[in-house]
Design a protein around this ligand. Structure first.
Ligand SMILES: *Cc1c(COP(=O)(O)O)cnc(C)c1O
Length: 387
């Protein structure tokens, strides 16, 4: 059979498949951003974002991918020369460390072995040793290794032992697991459109605690496009600082209203269920779970030794029209990363895993898919289902 006979299935940790009503919203005629109709949608979205972040603080949107909001977090709260501690659990931690260096901050890296979550005792020692730290930066989920961090405990440690702000890249964390910003005292939280918010790539989101807003007053890193004080002022007038990404915002409104109907717990439970089904069926196909602290939003399956993971990924895409991610750097060819965010039906995951099994067989690694699919279906049957 050729590729054409298989429907396209996107099972990556961003971008993610979109819900039918979101696709519909995106196909509507563009409405100018200075119309009362659009302003109403914008204001409602900004209000709903507060609910999504679980914060009383304003949440702002930036017409940039997630990395733009990561940059905004740094340049609005820090100055060149500030000492910061970056928890590096993989590629995205590395990105934040590089950004810090680029903007002239003194970056201390807390390097964590890939596939592991940061050790809390080690973090505590770093905090006690470095009283001058202005910020601690971490990922909620390190997408490159599919590993989750214990943000609640990290936050407690940071606030107990330092004056540092805690900046959390929650781009693949928010929506997949509890991360209540105010309750857990997170100082900056960053999210992205093509992950849990189930939109096309291109928007990112950021909220600051009142402590973090206080720091913006003395933060001397140059900023123009990402000046959050200006953004906030514009939002208060029902506008964005620059042109609104109008189609994205219209779709965002649909997503957030949908999420509110489902509630956050159901959304999180759905991610956890897809993750569990992927891990349990994956093990029965000969994979092992790569991460020691597996995330609910993405699963990294380590391929059997005799299988070339890069070939497996390409075969799955070229032959069966299923896209998953491989590994980067030291993990190249060693893992498949399967995403659990977005509009993923039971059928999407079932077909995806069945075709992973088929691909293994095609490449000469003989495996019986039946027991894995049985476990997969039994797990998914527990619900919740996608709606
Ligand atoms: C996707 C992602 C980002 C942002 O990447 P962009 O390509 O800029 O959207 C940042 N951090 C994590 C953990 C991510 O998964």
């Amino acid at each position: 059979m050729t590729k054409k006979t298989y429907p396209y299935r996107l099972l990556t940790p961003g971008p993610v498949p979109l819900a039918p009503e979101v696709l519909k919203a995106l196909s509507e005629p563009v409405r100018h951003h200075r119309t009362p109709e659009f302003q109403k949608i914008l204001l409602r979205s900004l209000e709903n974002l507060k609910w999504f972040f679980a914060t009383a603080q304003p949440v702002m949107m930036l017409a940039a991918t997630g990395s733009g909001a990561m940059e905004a977090a740094l340049v609005n709260t820090l100055s060149p020369g500030d000492e910061i501690l970056v928890i590096v659990m993989g590629k995205f931690g590395e990105r934040w460390a590089e950004m810090g260096e680029h903007f002239g901050m003194k970056v201390r890296r807390l390097n964590v072995p890939w596939g592991e979550s940061v050790n809390l005792d080690t973090l505590k020692i770093e905090l006690l040793k470095n009283k001058q730290l202005k910020a601690v930066l971490t990922q909620g989920v390190e997408t490159s290794t599919a590993t989750v961090a214990d943000i609640k405990e990290i936050s407690k440690l940071v606030h107990e032992h330092s004056e540092a702000l805690l900046l959390v890249d929650a781009i693949t964390g928010l929506g997949a697991m509890p991360l209540p910003m105010d309750e857990w005292k997170l100082d900056v939280v960053v999210a992205g459109s093509q992950k849990a918010l189930m939109l096309p790539t291109g928007l990112s989101f950021i909220a600051l605690s009142s402590r973090a807003w206080e720091r913006t007053k003395n933060a001397r890193t140059p900023r123009y496009y990402f000046d959050l004080s200006q953004e906030r002022k514009a939002n208060e007038k029902g506008q964005t600082y620059f042109s609104s990404a109008n189609s994205h915002v219209v779709a965002l409104d649909v997503v957030l209203e949908k999420f509110k109907k489902q509630n956050l717990k159901t959304l999180q439970a759905r991610c956890a269920l897809l993750a569990e089904a992927t891990r349990e069926s994956g093990k029965l196909l000969g994979f092992s779970v790569y991460s020691k602290s597996p995330a609910p939003s993405v699963t990294a399956l380590q391929v059997p030794d005799s299988v070339d993971g890069a070939k497996l990924r390409d075969h799955l895409e070229q032959t069966y029209n299923v896209t998953v991610m491989g590994g980067q750097d030291q993990l190249a060819g060693k893992i498949l990363r399967i995403g659990h965010l977005g509009y993923i039906t039971d059928d999407d995951l079932t077909a995806g895993m069945e075709l992973v099994a088929q691909s293994l067989n095609d490449l000469g690694y003989k495996v019986d898919a039946a027991p894995a699919l049985k476990v997969l279906k039994a797990t998914l049957a527990k619900g919740p289902h996608v709606s």
